[in-house]
Design a protein around this ligand. Sequence first.
Ligand SMILES: Nc1nc2c(ncn2[C@@H]2O[C@H](COP(=O)(O)OP(=O)(O)OP(=O)(O)O)[C@@H](O)[C@H]2O)c(=O)[nH]1
Ligand SMILES: [Mg+2]
Length: 218
Amino acid sequence: MPEKEHSKVIELNEDLIANNDKLAEQNKNNLRELKVKSVDFVGAIGAGKTAIIENIVKEISKEYKVLVINGDAATRVDADRIEKHGVKAIQINTGRECALNSYHISQVIKNHDLKGVDLLFIENVGNLICPSDFILGADKRVVVVSITEGPWVIRKHPMLFKSSDVAVINKIDLKDVMDVDIEEMINDGKKINPNLKIITTSALTGENIPQLITEIMK
Ligand SMILES: Nc1nc2c(ncn2[C@@H]2O[C@H](COP(=O)(O)OP(=O)(O)OP(=O)(O)O)[C@@H](O)[C@H]2O)c(=O)[nH]1
Ligand SMILES: [Mg+2]
């Protein structure tokens, strides 16, 4: 690509990210005004984001009013899984876009009645790269990976781990069949972000889900 065109592409990308950041700040302020606590779940395809959110809502939805936004390229599968637990879910299909952005969240704030909602859980599109450029304005970001993605999944994707508050290493029920050193994965996360709270879970057995809930509710 000629140098001039190349720098135009970089400018365009920088504008896109700056505009996204501005709108994310507005989302954060609007949600705080509405007294809605918000958590953005990011992570690899199939790592267990929906399964973890299902476990959490099963535990807390009697006490708290929860709304879930499910980002997905094409289907309503995840929103339907959440709604089975009696919790309202809004599916956003992003098509060729590989992450939710702050505009999607601003539209939910604008078009839905969030009065009385205590917690907003946002499941981002399965992807360990794109969401690092697009913050949404949530209070917390939780990154979910699983041991079936290989022992190097954390060190290969440092950006998301740098910008997250909590990391979940899921599917630990499979540790006997996977040749993965979970302690090493935890060390990778700590090296990338010493402030990261790391929790190993199984969404299948429910192991350590209470610890995750405590962390999210802080
Ligand atoms: N054994 C085991 N399977 C799990 C666990 N968590 C999720 N799964 C399974 O892994 C598959 C993917 O889980 P999902 O919850 O759909 O993962 P996701 O991250 O939401 O996936 P996308 O939305 O497609 O990115 C499903 O078949 C789940 O039942 C776990 O802790 N242990
Ligand atoms: Mg999902």
